[in-house]
Design a protein around this ligand. Structure first.
Ligand code: GUN
Ligand code: ZN
Length: 431
């Protein structure tokens, strides 16, 4: 029998969607809980004393009062933007041209791509993130780099070659045919291999011709089990640009819909300034809206009305949007999601924020049967949070009357110092 490891501490488990039912019915904490790991998977979750006596041979790691929760799932990032995060003073289109495209051009060098992929996965594991859905660059090797580094770590990642055949520098443009061919080769090589998941990746409508969008829509129809990721309705200037590039489109979403790029396996990053028709269509097809609140604040895009979309039944994920986002931390991202919802008069509960960062994002990526909650048969992808990680948080926790007050303080004030341990596929990668 494979060795077993028992993590004891305060466990947090989800039993429902706290945007659909009262949060109290959807989440449980157990102050004397435990998670039993064998190989890459969780084989039991329950009471620590019971699991200890039932599995006396298991190695026990005690996390005391720390919160043992599912690893964070970051549903929209750009790993190639790791080294240029926190670049000053631009809005979306200028930010892309000034900082992003020159950095992404460096990924023509496979050794640079591998180095940044490893750096990205190390940094995010230190922040408790165990899965990310990332854009790569137009270079096929940038996809190989992230999947290879993730495979070394036994980690589930979603990525895909970013396709752009217009409105980008010469050295960052592909063509209709090469975008189709390269994406097809990559998805055949990687999709479903180990924990790798391929996402067909048109960057956004302004950088693809209608012909390229159609070719990628056709590829998705040929491989409907793949994900598709893109950007939607992030900034008002961008939306005006989309209207001028696609005069026949009813709205921004229609530029995807008309080319076979709307579906339940579609991940639509940002989606801030949606029209009623776009909201209706996303709800109808169950297209995923990925909320990127630090990025939306940092690039000045706006505050998504997430509670309104949740009320419409649109599946939601949460994301840092590294490097448009201003942090690698999903804790910091939950704080920004709280602040964005406050703009619309909806204080999200800590349980809803944590759900978004774990089970919600996992469901958005169609990986909810494998990750996103502590449950038997799920991968042992786990973040352990110290709820008193800094003086500022500890003094607030000293005043708190409940575990949820403690948790909320860490969500609002915490960073990588709050992540005491990260486990990926049953292996401890931060202790
Ligand atoms: N829209 C198109 N590309 C990007 C990107 O790299 N970051 C963000 N935030 N928005 C985009
Ligand atoms: Zn993005």
């Amino acid at each position: 029998m494979q060795k077993q490891t028992l993590l004891t501490g305060q466990t947090l488990t989800f039993h429902g969607d706290p945007f659909k039912e009262p949060w109290e019915d959807c989440v449980r904490t157990d102050s004397a809980g435990a998670v039993l790991i064998q190989g890459t998977k969780i084989i039991a979750v329950g009471d620590a004393a019971t699991l200890k006596s039932a599995h006396p041979e298991a190695r026990v790691i005690s996390y005391g009062d720390d919160l043992i929760c599912p690893g964070f799932v970051d549903a929209h990032v750009h790993y190639p933007q790791t080294a240029m995060i926190a670049s000053w003073g631009k809005r979306l289109i200028d930010w892309l041209n000034t900082y992003t495209f020159p950095e992404e051009a460096r990924f023509s060098d496979p050794s640079y791509a591998s180095a940044i992929a490893a750096r990205y996965l190390d940094l995010t594991a230190a922040h408790g993130t165990t899965t990310a859905a990332s854009f790569a660059t137009i270079h096929p090797m940038s996809v190989d780099a992230l999947f290879s580094e993730a495979a070394k770590r036994g980690q589930a990642v979603v990525t895909g070659k970013t396709c752009m055949d217009r409105n980008a520098p010469d050295d960052l443009r592909d063509t209709v045919q090469s975008a189709y061919d390269d994406s097809k080769l990559l998805l055949e090589k990687w999709h479903g291999k180990g924990r790798a998941q391929y996402a067909i990746t048109p960057r956004f409508s302004p950088t693809s011709t209608p012909e390229q969008l159609s070719a990628l829509g056709a590829l998705w129809a040929e491989h409907p089990d793949c994900l598709m990721q893109t950007h939607l309705s992030e900034q008002t200037d961008e939306i005006e640009w989309v209207h001028s590039l696609f005069p026949e489109a009813r709205d921004y979403l229609d530029t995807y819909e008309a080319h076979g790029l709307l579906g339940a396996r579609g991940l639509y990053g940002h989606s801030i300034h949606l029209t009623p028709r776009e909201v209706d269509r996303l709800a109808e097809v169950q297209g995923r809206v990925i909320h990127c609140p630090t990025s939306n604040a940092f690039i000045g895009s706006g505050a998504l009305n997430l509670p309104e979309l949740a009320a419409r039944g649109i599946p939601l994920g949460l994301a840092t949007d590294t490097g448009g986002g201003s942090s690698f931390s999903m804790l910091r991202t939950m704080a920004a999601a709280y602040e964005a919802a406050q703009h619309h008069g909806h204080p999200l509960h800590a349980a809803q924020l944590l759900w978004l960062a774990t089970a919600g994002s996992a469901n958005a990526l169609h990986l909810g049967a494998e990750i996103g909650t502590l449950a038997m048969g799920h991968y042992a992808d786990i973040a352990v949070l110290d709820l008193r990680s800094t003086q500022a948080i500890a003094q607030r926790a000293n005043r708190s009357g409940s575990v949820w007050e403690d948790v909320f303080a860490t969500l609002m004030l915490g960073d990588d110092r709050a992540v005491r341990a990260t486990w990926i596929g049953g292996a401890c990668v931060k202790q």
